[in-house]
Structure formats: C-alpha cells, structure tokens
Design a protein around this ligand. Structure first.
Ligand code: AMP
Length: 231
C-alpha cells in the first residue's frame, strides 16, 4: 500500500502545525511534531527530556543524531501504517539527507513537500502572542484576540491561572522559548539550516511554497487543491 507522507517546512509560527493538524484529520494519519515530542519528554523528565531542555529553552537545535533516531523510531509505530506528516523535521540538510536515505530503505515516497513563508516580524508577532491549553491543545493568540489578551492581563495582575473555558478547564500556557530573543535565533536557524533542508527535498519531489500570511481557511484550500491535483 502507498503511504501518504507530507513534510511541512516553515519558520516558527508560520502556520505549518495548524495545517498539519488539519491534514492529519483529513487523511487519518498522525502529525509528527518533533517539537511536541521533545516538550513531552521534558514534561515527563525522561533522559531525552533532561538532555534537551536547556537546548530548547535557548532556541538552539537538538543534534541531528538524536533527531534522526527519534524519527526512525516514531515512523515505525503502528499508527504510521497509512502514512504520516512530518512537522519540524527535517530541520537541517543532514537531517534531510538522512530522511531521504530512510525513505529509500523503507521503500517509501513523498506525497508532498510544503513550505510556509512568513517574515521575521510576523513570526515575532504570532509567537510572542500564542498560548496553548495544556489539556486540550486549543490555541489562542493574544495578538489576534483582545478578550483573551485581557484575560491574560487580569490573570497576571491577580496571580491566577489562565483558563480558556470553552468546554475545558485546562490551564493555558505560553511556551518558554517563545520570547523575542529565542524567536530571532530560531528564525535565523530556519534561514541558515532549514531552508537548505527544504531545497534538498523539494529539488526532486512534488512541492508547494505558500504565503503563510493568509487566513487559515485559504491556506487549507490551497493545500487541498494542490494535493488533489498532484495525486
Ligand atoms: P518547534 O515546536 O518545532 O518549534 O520545536 C521546538 C524546539 O525543539 C526547536 O527550537 C528545537 O530546539 C527543537 N527541535 C524540534 N525539532 C527539531 C529538529 N528536527 N532538529 C533539531 N531540533 C529540533
């Protein structure tokens, strides 16, 4: 059986994770976010989590060796039987080359390589404002939601937790690495390391570059019609 395999590239807060979630539902395949996997390891205080927590807080990249081993292991899991979406991997040219090799070894081929473009200024605006519910993963951005922004200001003033309340009483949190210094570092990393990884894969594969500064629904539409056409 042919697997459906998409790879999402883009600077932080470019919307690739949002679109990956939608494709995951549409194709019934898992979204593999390496950032989420690493953060879960940090939360659970695993050996890997201890190794990477400082690296991530500083906005640096985790080593290629660790990341390639993590992906090799993850795509062997039974939920990847029909395919998977890579979100946050590969992030360097070395990771891209390792992925190509792995795909050949496993007899797999890519269904689509996507690049989401946004400026550094937009990455800063989006990432400094984004919060996520620890429990249900609902995300709300202070930069685009005045009521939520007020909720955060009130909680900060009163020393209380931020609860979004739409059907879930989980606590909202803002990522520690979503501060301006780390964002700038990660954006530069994207240009220096990840864009060459994209070029490495896009050269021989079906690919699409998307303007990430558009409404979510318009981007979903562009992706869906591209996938339909190139199927
Ligand atoms: P993300 O959630 O994709 O923004 O990832 C958060 C952080 O995890 C990054 O800033 C890196 O420190 C680390 N990370 C995630 N994926 C990778 C990767 N493929 N290679 C190296 N570091 C990664």
């Amino acid at each position: 059986m042919n697997k459906t395999i998409f790879v999402m590239f883009g600077p932080l807060a470019s919307g690739k994770g949002t679109q990956a979630k939608k494709l995951a539902v549409q194709f019934n395949i898992p979204q593999i976010s390496t950032g989420d996997i690493l953060r879960e390891n940090i939360r659970n205080k695993t050996e890997l989590g201890k190794k990477v927590s400082e690296i991530i807080a500083l906005g640096h990249l985790v080593s290629d060796e660790i990341m390639v081993a993590l992906i090799k292991d993850r795509i062997e899991k039974p939920d990847c039987e029909k395919g998977f979406i890579l979100d946050g991997f590969p992030r360097t040219k070395a990771q891209a080359l390792a992925l190509k090799e792995l795909m050949i070894e496993e007899g797999l081929s890519f269904s689509g390589i996507f690049l989401f473009n946004i400026t550094e200024a937009l990455a800063i605006k989006r990432a400094t404002g984004r919060w996520e519910c620890k429990h249900c993963k609902t995300d709300i951005n202070r930069a685009y939601n005045k009521d939520f922004d007020q909720m955060v200001l009130d909680a900060e003033k009163n020393g209380t937790k931020v609860i979004h309340g739409s059907g879930c009483d989980g606590e909202m949190e803002h990522r520690a690495d979503d501060n301006e210094e780390s964002i700038k570092k990660r954006y530069q990393d994207f240009t220096a390391n990840t864009y060459p990884a994209y070029q490495e894969l896009a050269r021989d594969e079906v690919h699409l570059e998307i303007n990430g500064d558009q409404p979510i629904a318009d981007i979903t539409k562009a992706l869906t019609s591209f996938i339909e056409k190139t199927k």
